[in-house]
Write a protein that binds this ligand. Structure first.
Ligand SMILES: C[S@@+](CC[C@H](N)C(=O)[O-])C[C@H]1O[C@@H](n2cnc3c(N)ncnc32)[C@H](O)[C@@H]1O
Length: 261
């Protein structure tokens, strides 16, 4: 069996996400950074769980709309509660292309996939044409039919050097009417612990770029927003009391689902 090329000296956001979710696909370097960050911002694991809860509710909505093919941009590792598992539980014919910029995530992820209807693609989600024209994307997804573009926990890592409005517009142009985009974005917190956490991540070459609710709304220009629009993650169609319970004061994760008319 091919061995994944994983650099055990560098922390990975995908594996930190896995650690906060209680998963087993993380290493000491990830856990050390994750624990240090959570000492400054104890709400981080809970925020990660809120992302996963929203992903499941949004996928439920998309499958209800007849969407069964998904392009998961910045997918991280395809583990429990991830897009492929949830989508295929909702509709076993679902197909999922996972795209990630981190070669370690791709190598590791390939070993976790358990279906011919899912694949891992090394790519930069800020390059829509390269992602959409990738042979693996074309092999699994029919772009003449509606597709679900998942941007969950990824735009946070795209800096202002990228014209994100242009990226979003290009995806919108290229996907079929009836396609949907599922988006989350961290809004940031203005306090000292937040800035120390951001610096801690930067020291590990990971940077995140918070955006405000109006900025997130602008990114969705040209999409029809599903009710209730751009809202805090806990407010998007909460299904269970737990979704609202223990909501961290600083969760500040904006989410939305948009439909391409
Ligand atoms: C928080 S993690 C995983 C989030 C995942 N979508 C989930 O919900 O579990 C974010 C992932 O985005 C990836 N990423 C960051 N910038 C990216 C880019 N420009 N294109 C593709 N992937 C990117 C990282 O490598 C990482 O695996």
């Amino acid at each position: 069996m091919e061995r994944p090329e994983i650099d055990l000296r560098s922390a990975s956001v995908a594996r930190i996400f896995d650690y906060y979710l209680g998963g087993a696909h993380n290493f000491a370097v990830d856990r050390e950074l994750a624990d240090a960050a959570a000492r400054l911002m104890p709400e981080l694991p809970r925020m990660t769980q809120l992302h996963r809860g929203f992903l499941a509710r949004a996928l439920n909505h998309l499958v209800d709309q007849g969407v069964t093919q998904f392009l998961d941009l910045g997918s991280g590792l395809p583990t429990v509660g991830g897009s492929a598992e949830v989508a295929r539980r909702l509709d076993p014919s679902s197909r999922v292309v996972h795209v990630d910029i981190d070669p370690a995530v791709i190598a590791h992820g390939k070993h976790l996939l358990d279906s011919a209807d899912t694949t891992m693609v090394l790519g930069d989600m800020t390059e829509p044409d390269a992602v959409l024209d990738h042979p693996e994307t074309r092999r699994l997804l029919d772009l003449d039919r509606p597709v679900g573009l998942l941007m969950v926990g990824v735009l946070d890592f795209v800096g202002d050097d990228v014209d994100l409005a242009k990226v979003m517009a290009r995806y919108r142009e290229r996907i079929a009417p009836g396609s949907h985009v599922v988006l989350t974005h961290y809004a940031g917190a203005g306090d000292e612990d937040y800035f120390r956490t951001r610096q801690l991540y930067r020291d590990h070459t990971i940077d995140f770029h918070p955006r405000s609710g109006p900025e997130v709304t602008e990114l969705l220009a040209g999409y029809e927003l599903a009710e209730p629009g751009v809202v805090d993650v806990s407010m998007w169609r909460p299904e269970a009391v737990e979704d609202l319970d223990g909501e961290p004061e600083r969760s500040a994760v904006h989410v939305a689902v948009g439909r391409r008319p």
